[in-house]
Design a protein around this ligand. Sequence first.
Ligand SMILES: C[S@@+](CC[C@H](N)C(=O)[O-])C[C@H]1O[C@@H](n2cnc3c(N)ncnc32)[C@H](O)[C@@H]1O
Length: 583
Amino acid sequence: MASSQLMHRSAGCFALALALPSGGNRSAARVRCSFPRTYEELQKGVGLEELVRGAESAGARGRSKLLRRSGNEDDVDRRRTGGTRSSPPPSRNGSSMAPADLDCEHFSRCSGCVIDKALDEPRVMRDAVSFFKRHAVDDMALTTVGVWDWRCRAKLAVRGTCDNPLIGLYEEGSHVVVDIPNCRTHHPRINAAVELVKEAIRTLGVEPYNEETHTGQLRYLQMVVTTFNSSLPAAERYAEGKVQVTLVWNAREEKSVEADLLQPMAEFLWQKGGLGRRGSTPILHSVWANFQTTRTNIIFGGKWRHLLGEQQLWERVGGADICFTPASFGQANVQAFEALLRRLQKKVKRDSAVVELYAGVGIIGISLAVTRACRSVKCVEVNKEAKDSFQLSLARVPDSVDCKISWHCADASVSPINWLEGAEVVIVDPPRKGLDAPVIEALRLASLRGQGKQKSPSSSNVNRVEKRPWIVRAKQDSVVKDSASDWQEEVDVIWPDTLIYVSCGWESFKRDCAALIEGDAWHLDDAHAFNFFPGTDSIETLAVFKRGKSTGTKSSKKKAGRRTGPIPFHRKVGKGALPKAKQ
Ligand SMILES: C[S@@+](CC[C@H](N)C(=O)[O-])C[C@H]1O[C@@H](n2cnc3c(N)ncnc32)[C@H](O)[C@@H]1O
C-alpha cells in the first residue's frame, strides 16, 4: 500500500508523532480531563498483563460505573477509515463517566484522529450492536483499555528542512506533513524519541526528504515501543517502554555516499537516548536503518540494517514471549490486543488442534499453545519476514508445552481447504480488506464436510491450485516444533467446528459474515469489540462462529439473562475500571 495512504491515519489506523511528553501543560490537561485514575496509573506505569488482568475482573464485575484505562496496533492493513463526524455520539447508558475527549492540539490538521470527543464510544458501535443483535448475539460490548498514549507503533514522514524538520502525518488529502510533537495517542516515549531525531537532524544537518525533487536523506521513521523488561516490576513496564527507531534513508545501502550521515545520526541518537544517556534511563531500545530509493510512496525498501542497541525486540503478549523484527507486522495497541487475546483464549477448548490463517509472527497461535495446552497449532502467513520472528519466539516456548507448533509461509488463499483439514478450531485475522474469497469458500466447505454433507475432498474445485503437494510445500517453507509426546497423524478426518474471526475492518467483516452464515454453513455464537484505535471511528471485532445451524440453546440462555433497557455496548477495563465500592 502506498505510504501516502499510510500517512493519513484516518485512511486506516496509523501512527502519529512528536515531542516531549513530560510537559507540565499536558499532564495538567490530562488530570483535568476526566481520567484521573488513568493518569495516575500511567504516571506510576502499569504492566501490560497486570493491567489487562485487572481489566477483565472489572469487566466481569460490572460496567456501569467504570472509569477508564489506557490501551494498542498498526500496519498498513490495520488503518481504518474514519467515519462521518456528523452523527451524534451514542448514549452512555446512564453512566456518570466524564467524557473521554482527545484534547489534542493537532486534531484540526492531523489526519490521524477523526474523533476528538467520546473516544471510548466510537460511533461504529451503533451499527455493530444492531448487526450482531440481528444475528442473535445481543450482548455485544466494547472493551476500551485506554484512550491516550496507546500507540506503541508509529510510521512518520520526515519533511521540512534541516533547520525546521517536520515529523508527522500528512494532512488529509495532501502530502503536506503535519508536525505532531504532542500527539496524545502516541506512547510518550515515541514523542520523546521524535524530539531526539529532530535534535539530531538540526545538529548534524541531515536533509529531510523532498518528494518533488527526490532529494534529501531521511524519508520516514518507524518507532516501535517495547514494554518488555523483566528487570522492572510489572507495574512499571508500560511507562518505561523503550523505542526501536528505524531511519528510512534515501540511499541504496549504508556504504552509499548518500548515507554518510547515517552512522553519525545513529550514534547521536544512541548517545542522547540510548545507553550513552548520562544520568537518566535510556529511552531507546535500538537504532535500525532501512534503505528506500524509489520515487514511490512505499515507505520501506527491502534492505534493513541493525545499527545500535539490541537486535531483537521482545514483547510479552498473551502469556508468551514474542520477538519482532522491524519488518514484522505488530499491533499498535498492545494493551488492547492483550485484552483481546485473553478473551480469545477462553474460546478455545484445551487440547484442541488449531490452525491460524493470516498469522503474522504467530502471536495468537503461540499464545494458544502456551495457555490452552493445544494439541497442535499451525500458523499460516504469506510474509516471509515473519519467519525469523516466529522461530525466535518458538525457542522461548517452555519445554513443558506439549504441542506441535508450526509456521508456514504460504498464501492462505491458495488451496486453503488443506489447512483446515485436521483442525478443530480455525482462527482468521485478515487485513482490513477481509478474507480472500477462496478462504471463505473453503470455510464453508469445511463446515459442510464436518457436518457430513460433503464427502469427497477431491470433489472440490473451489480453490486455486498450488502445484506442489501441500505437504511438500508446508515442509519447505515451515518451521516446526514437535510435541514431546508422539505425534500421530489424524486417521479420521476432522474439520473445524469453531471459527474465530479477528477483524480490523468492520465493513469487510459484515460482508464475510454474511457469506459464512449463508445456508447455515456457520452461525454466530459470540462477539465482542475492542477499542484498538481511540480517535478513529473503528473497532477490532472478535467473533466466534460455530459450525452449522444454531440450535437456539445459547441464544435462549442469553435471552433468559438479558437485561432490559439500552444495550450496554461499552465496557472499560483496567484497575481504574473497578466499581469504587469494590476497590
Ligand atoms: C492483521 S495482520 C494479523 C497478524 C497477526 N495475527 C497479529 O495479530 O500479529 C494480517 C496478516 O495477514 C497476512 N496476510 C495477508 N494476506 C495474506 C494471505 N493471502 N495469506 C496469508 N497471510 C496473509 C499479512 O502479512 C499480515 O501479517
